[in-house]
Design a protein around this ligand. Structure first.
Ligand code: FEO
Length: 154
């Protein structure tokens, strides 16, 4: 991670919490028996809490970091599509909606729940594959931009 003064290091601490949550669900997923309603529901409850926290993390970053960084880059006429697009997809909302669908499989057959489990696993693997590098990009690319454009000039 980038070395920078602690008071302007905005990503490292929240990201260590986000990574802790990622590792927790990666550990829970393979040991969940989706045919068992209680077991599946326990996982879904944990995931709902986790993804609401991811969403709050993203909203805080948008409000306090990305909006200001984008405005600053625009003012300086610097193009940076990574900063502009970093939270533009709806992955978190889609996953939250998939989790809500999962609760409905409690009323369905064990086979339906197992299929849901496979779909959930694929979705979360795909999410994780993008989320970890996304956080790294914020730490490695965006943090230096913040230091460059907000410590000396503002
Ligand atoms: Fe820090 Fe955009 O996740």
């Amino acid at each position: 991670a980038t070395i920078c003064p602690e008071e302007i290091d905005v990503f490292s601490i929240p990201h260590s919490r986000m990574k802790e949550l990622v590792y927790k669900y990666l550990e829970m997923l393979p040991s969940t028996n989706f045919s068992d309603v209680v077991n599946m529901t326990t996982l879904l409850e944990n995931l709902l809490i986790t993804f609401r926290e991811f969403k709050a993390h993203e909203q805080i970053e948008n409000k306090y970091i990305m909006t200001k960084l984008k405005a600053k880059l625009r003012k300086l006429s610097i193009q940076n599509t990574a900063v502009c697009n970093c939270h533009s997809d709806n992955r978190l909302s889609e996953i939250l909606s998939l989790l809500r669908d999962g609760y409905r499989t409690a009323e369905e057959t064990a086979g339906d729940r197992v299929n849901f489990g496979l779909q959930l696993q694929r979705t979360l693997e795909d999410f994780t594959e993008k989320f970890l590098p996304h956080m790294e990009e914020e730490e490695e690319v965006f943090q230096p931009l913040l230091i460059k454009y907000f410590t000396l000039m503002s």
